[in-house]
Design a protein around this ligand. Structure first.
Ligand SMILES: Nc1ncnc2c1ncn2[C@@H]1O[C@H](COP(=O)(O)OP(=O)(O)OP(=O)(O)O)[C@@H](O)[C@H]1O
Ligand SMILES: [Mg+2]
Length: 339
């Protein structure tokens, strides 16, 4: 039995061959700062964010999409895996998605973090490839397909053809940066101190990148007064949050345009016909597809359940492991790299 793993900066997802997605939890680990002993991982640790005593720290060890703290990631993944792989998974092969631009050293850190006892082999595959596969796009044919995976810590866009990447770009900008902008805005404009989880709730509830036919929804942001220190709330509007998150959204739009501008013309022709597919949780932000379409002149669609495209694609890539082993021997450019 083999495993697919999406080590996202905000969520970790696990796929077991023939079963589908079996785990989807926050990429958070909480540990004792004195002993380094893990206290909780996943959603349980997420619930502790901002509420821990001095002796405990809860954090996202994958912030920005690559492994910042390998030991913590290793423990987190190991414990999460044990939650779902109670028995019968003997010597699995693991397909892991990685951002397109990571270095060999960072790749090694990913491989080391999941090569704990019993894992037979690790296969690394770029996020955009698996995102496209999970969105139901055929990436093996001689036809250009464009996908943009918009996540929490990273966003990437790629034009794929013949199982490979013809052109791609990846930036460390995503939903987290929008949350940070909301935190800063609430502090400066309203002297209201809030944490990232509240900012994220606000973004998901009323965040939008397009005008809403004159309607302006509101959301109650609860926090602490920066001066008095007492609890307080502010009702913010959709249009003011749009102004706060627009700059970050435009950084992502620019990245997508760069990929199109640098791609071979024949492939751009294919993209013009088929459009761009958005994956990743941030693809659900209201109006993102329209903003990209308006700025590129190309049709944009959001994949079904965009946040699950990467993990479902990892699951699908499992079936190519045999071919990857063969192509390595024949010196063909493989779909994924074996470690
Ligand atoms: N309905 C929604 N509206 C707006 N944003 C959303 C929505 N649902 C999820 N998000 C945002 O999507 C991001 C998470 O996306 P995803 O799960 O694809 O990230 P990830 O895989 O953990 O991160 P990365 O790929 O960057 O490492 C978060 O910033 C989250 O706030
Ligand atoms: Mg992701």
């Amino acid at each position: 039995m083999d495993i697919g793993l999406d080590l996202g900066s905000s969520r970790t997802r696990l796929f077991i061959d023939k079963k589908g997605k079996v785990l989807d939890e926050a990429s958070v680990a909480a540990y004792n700062v004195m002993t380094n002993k893990i206290i909780a991982v996943g959603d349980e640790a997420y619930a502790m964010l901002g509420k821990t005593p001095d002796s405990i720290r809860a954090e996202f060890p994958l912030a920005s999409g690559v492994i910042a703290q390998s030991a913590l990631v290793e423990d987190m993944v190991h414990i999460l895996m044990k939650h779902v792989c109670t028995s019968k998974i003997v010597m699995p092969r693991v397909v892991v998605s990685i951002p397109g631009d990571i270095t060999e050293v960072e790749k090694r850190a990913v491989v080391n973090a999941i090569s704990f006892f019993g894992v037979r082999r690790v296969y690394l595959i770029e996020n955009t490839k698996v995102a496209a596969m999970g969105a139901g796009i055929d990436i093996m044919g001689p036809h250009g397909a464009m996908v943009a995976n918009l996540g929490a810590g990273t966003s990437s866009a790629a034009i794929l053809s013949l199982g490979g990447i013809a052109e791609s770009k990846c930036i460390k900008v995503g939903g987290n940066k929008m949350d940070d902008e909301i935190v800063k805005y609430m502090k400066h404009k309203y002297s209201l101190v809030i944490g990232q989880p509240m900012a994220e709730r606000c973004k998901i509830a009323i965040g939008s990148l397009v005008e809403n036919n004159g309607e302006d929804n509101t959301f109650r942001v609860k926090g602490r007064d920066a001066i008095g220190g007492l609890p307080r709330y502010v009702d913010v509007t959709e249009s003011e949050i749009r102004d706060v998150i627009m700059e970050t959204a435009m950084e992502i739009v620019t990245m997508i345009k760069d990929v199109i501008e640098n791609a071979p013309p024949e492939l751009v022709g294919d993209i013009y016909e088929d459009g761009i597919t958005l994956t990743g949780g941030l693809a659900k932000l209201k109006g993102f597809a329209k903003l990209i379409a308006d700025n590129t002149g190309i049709r944009v669609t959001v994949a079904k359940e965009p946040e699950d495209c990467v993990i479902n694609g990892c699951g699908e890539a499992i079936q190519y492991i045999g071919e990857v082993e063969k192509s390595a021997k024949m010196d063909i450019n493989p779909l994924m790299a074996a470690y």
